[in-house]
Design a protein. Structure first.
Length: 137
């Protein structure tokens, strides 16, 4: 990822959400997010960015970065990040097909030796991998 010290609000020219009323949790998160640099974005931020369809290209770039470190990355369970990516629009994912294919080429071997909490969790992860691979072909 490019080393950029600017905050997201500067990169994307966006404004804080302001209101006379108490802000909703998503609005508070958005205000905190746009005050971060790219390097300060967490897995939790990426997951929420994907779910909320905010800054999707940035979310994918960071997701690929996190998955390169740990293909089983997630906030609450192993494989959560890849699962969220698998639910994204196919045409959007094809933009990142090279990076995703590279990440997933030996993931099934890694899954075999990964310490899963239970067998079904492993099967679900492998289904997610298959889903992503089908979308990017």
């Amino acid at each position: 990822m490019i080393e950029d010290k600017r905050k997201i609000k500067e990169l994307y020219n966006c404004e804080y959400i302001v209101s006379d009323e108490e802000l909703y949790p998503l609005q508070k998160w958005y205000n905190k997010l746009i005050d971060k640099t790219i390097n300060e974005i967490t897995i939790a931020d990426v997951l929420r960015m994907i779910r909320q369809k905010e800054f999707c290209h940035l979310a994918m770039a960071k997701a690929v970065e996190f998955l390169q470190d740990n293909v089983f990355a997630g906030e609450t369970y192993d494989g959560e990040l890849l699962e969220n990516i698998s639910e994204m629009n196919t045409s959007f994912l094809t933009i990142y097909s090279g990076e995703l294919k590279s990440l997933l080429k030996d993931v099934l071997e890694k899954s075999e030796i990964h310490e899963w909490l239970y067998e079904r969790e492993k099967e679900e992860f492998e289904d997610i991998v298959d889903s992503v691979l089908k979308k990017i072909k």
